[in-house]
Design a protein around this ligand. Structure first.
Ligand SMILES: [Zn+2]
Length: 250
């Protein structure tokens, strides 16, 4: 009885099989505990199969899409440290990148008076401090992805649950025409604008409110979230006020 030889199959059939052997999505980095950053990539080959033979490897690699997507699901901001290096062959094929960030800040929950005092002290909101520092590290990480074409920034801001009270019910219909950025704090809007500028040049931004670890966990894993939105920004649509009311207009 003769042995079955995979490479004796017609090429079309081999290609069908190769395609079954590409993982639609795979975690390529997980930190030391569940609060750490998780990085997933789309269309990942099975490493062992790349060792089968030269011919197999070449045909298998031909079936991998030229453009891949990376999801960087940052861990809890209190424990967040660094992002990992991405292996070169994958890094160079990343065209699209989604980055999820977790930020804790309670300054939403201040009364107008408290906020005035706070800002007079020139103390920045914690979200601003975090994002300033974070931006540089994100820049460093993204410099690995030389062929990146888009960047989608997803921010889970862990404000206070009380902060959603309808402080300002007049912010309604005409609020869409307000040219200024609806903001969490004045500085917050400013620091987000820095992500829009080169070299990061984000394609779009979404800021939602997460009040628990579980909410952020679901959000960063890309689950359909239904969380209240602070604001969104896109290259085509500009700034849009989200579903949270009671936010100051900057
Ligand atoms: Zn804040």
């Amino acid at each position: 009885m003769s042995h079955f030889r995979f490479l004796d199959l017609p090429r079309e059939l081999r290609d069908v099989i190769y395609n079954y052997l590409i993982l639609p999505t795979k975690e390529i980095y997980t930190g030391v505990d569940e609060r750490d950053t998780i990085v997933t990539a789309t269309d990942v080959p099975i490493p062992d199969l790349l060792q089968v033979s030269k011919e197999f490897n070449s045909e298998y690699s031909d079936q991998l899409p030229q453009s891949r997507t990376l999801h960087v699901r940052s861990g809890h901001c209190f424990w967040w440290t660094e992002y990992p290096g991405i292996p070169g062959p994958l890094a160079h094929k990343i065209k699209e990148c989604y980055v999820y960030i977790h930020i804790v800040c309670y300054c939403d929950n201040m009364s107008d008076g408290e906020r005035e005092e706070f800002e007079a002290l020139e103390t920045q909101c914690e979200a601003v401090d975090f994002l300033r520092d974070y931006r540089e590290r994100l820049e460093m990480f993204l410099s690995q992805l030389r062929n990146r074409q888009s960047l989608h920034l997803r921010i889970g801001l862990w404000g206070d649950e009380e902060a959603t009270v309808d402080q300002d019910s007049e912010v309604g219909e005409e609020s869409d025409d307000v040219p200024r950025i609806p903001s969490h704090s004045t500085g917050f809007a400013d620091v987000l604008s820095m992500f829009i500028a080169p070299p990061l040049e984000v394609s779009d931004i979404e800021v939602v409110r997460c009040v628990s670890d579980e909410e952020y966990e679901g959000y960063r894993m890309g689950e359909k979230h239904g969380l209240p939105t602070y604001l969104t920004w896109s290259r085509t649509g500009g700034w849009r006020k989200g579903t949270l009311v009671g936010l100051r207009d900057g």
